[in-house]
Design a protein around this ligand. Structure first.
Ligand code: ZN
Length: 71
């Protein structure tokens, strides 16, 4: 395994951990919020039904994961 592979593996590891943490945090509670904690935008009912306890809209979750990928 060369250094590049190692860096990739580490990157994937930290990203998975971050996503898992974020997922757990979003699952806390049980009641879904009607509005995103981050941007205040409305969270569609379909999303609240699929993800009980969700607190962020899909845009913010995607933004969060994009930021993680840049690290
Ligand atoms: Zn949002």
């Amino acid at each position: 395994m060369d250094q590049f592979d190692r860096a990739q593996e580490l990157d994937a590891y930290y990203r998975d951990q971050a996503i898992e943490l974020h997922r757990k945090r979003m699952e806390v509670g049980g009641d879904s919020l009607t509005h995103c904690l981050e941007c205040g935008g409305e969270i569609p009912e379909a999303r609240r039904t699929i993800l009980p306890g969700c607190t962020h809209c899909v845009d913010c979750v995607e933004e969060f994961e994009r930021k993680r990928k840049r690290l």
